[in-house]
Design a protein around this ligand. Sequence first.
Ligand SMILES: Cc1cc2nc3c(=O)[nH]c(=O)nc-3n(C[C@H](O)[C@H](O)[C@H](O)COP(=O)(O)O)c2cc1C
Length: 143
Amino acid sequence: MYLVSLVYASTRCSDWKDKDIYQILSASGINNAKSAITGALCFNGDYFLQCLEGDRRAVNELYRKIQNDHRHRDVILLHYAEMTHRSFENWQMLYVPESKMSQSHILRYSGRQQFNPYEMSGASALQLCRELAFSLPEDDSKL
Ligand SMILES: Cc1cc2nc3c(=O)[nH]c(=O)nc-3n(C[C@H](O)[C@H](O)[C@H](O)COP(=O)(O)O)c2cc1C
């Protein structure tokens, strides 16, 4: 079993409803626990940045499902690598909404203060996810 991390960016679909995020997080909580996938999902109301980590086969299968999900579009792979250990082992899928993204974190990894994962390198996107996760108070960051 090889551990990998995968990071992608995408854009919400035009008929996005607020309830969609709750459905996604609910499915993630159940499915990711079963397949031992952990990670973080950042969403600013327009763009998603998601980091998935776990067994290579499980991560690839989930990424295929996610790519075919009509609730978002323009799915772009930013980063894929084998890794020695997880960063998000405490979270089935940590949710980071815009209100929890500090401008200083975004600016550290981007050319601008606006959250736009399409303008980030894979390494910057992964590191931003990690920093956002570890900057949240523990109670805030649980699903
Ligand atoms: C931005 C985005 C992120 C998602 N993340 C996950 C995830 O981490 N885990 C998961 O199981 N499904 C995730 N989904 C949902 C999957 O695309 C798919 O709908 C779901 O896995 C199907 O679950 P089911 O087979 O139990 O019906 C995500 C969907 C979107 C649009």
